[in-house]
Design a protein around this ligand. Sequence first.
Ligand code: C2E
Ligand code: MG
Ligand code: MG
Ligand code: MG
Length: 292
Amino acid sequence: KAKEMGRNKIRLFDPDLRAQIDRKVRLETDLQQAIERDELMLHYQPQVDLQSGRIVGLEALLRWRHPELGEIAPAEFIPLAEEMGLIMPIGAWVIQEACKQNKAWQQAGFPLIRVAVNLSPKQLNHPGLVDFVAGCLSATALDPACLELEFTESASMDDPNTIIPLMHQLKKLGVSLSIDDFGTGYSNMKYLKNFPIDKLKLDGSFVREITTDPRSLAIADAIIAMSHHLGLKVVAEMTETDAQIMLLIARACDQAQGYYFSKPVPAEQCARLLQMGCLPLPTSGKPVLRTL
Ligand code: C2E
Ligand code: MG
Ligand code: MG
Ligand code: MG
């Protein structure tokens, strides 16, 4: 008995676990005020056309600069926000901020660009989403074609009876729709066929191995071919190397996003990328064509 209690005690006071719990409680408390305290910001990562090197889009990625704990990754705080019912105000802030920033770039004279915003599965169930997006577009007078909304594959497939009508309503506003991290969820082709979407984002887990694992390449090839037959564009995520980009070009992938071109950067730095208009594609060597 005493031994058991001792064991429980050890578990209760495990310092790592304690620290994890403390951090979670702290983040949960502080997240509630993060918007008011102006601690949230968006970084932007370019999406590059693989024919021309032109920047054709940006993905807005949320950052939380905690005054004491430093930068917290979205992978850590988005799940907390969802758990705590804070994803609606935070998600709304993201959409609004992305629209405002995009309008500001346009007013500064940059050519029209599309900014993509990630939607959390929880936001999709909120009845006010379509009106909110419409409101942001009209408040900023942003051309709806300049806003893209990224749905996760799993959220879209989970509840297609809700998601398909929602997608149609959003499409009616004129915004562009994409499926994020494609290939990692459990895609149902019957639903995919009926989604009124514009592009698929080929998940980074395939891209990472595309030059080393013929199986990853086979899947990437199949996704690219399927997308094109469905009239969709494909964006490869997490492209980091020359070899990956060259292979994706050889395989007719439309666009790429990743550290190869740029990390996600704050708006001011992004303006400099937009000023350049194009980012360099790999020049040396022949495209790596692999035979399976
Ligand atoms: P995601 O939408 O798939 O975004 C891509 C993630 O990959 C980003 O991580 C980006 O910084 C990272 N990345 C881009 N290029 C490379 C690369 O070449 N190599 C590597 N290793 N990583 C790369 P981040 O910003 O940490 O965001 C992680 C996830 O958090 C996002 O995945 C998205 O699901 C979620 N997220 C970010 N911002 C928001 C937001 O505003 N709302 C919602 N609901 N989710 C968000
Ligand atoms: Mg995304
Ligand atoms: Mg993604
Ligand atoms: Mg991803």
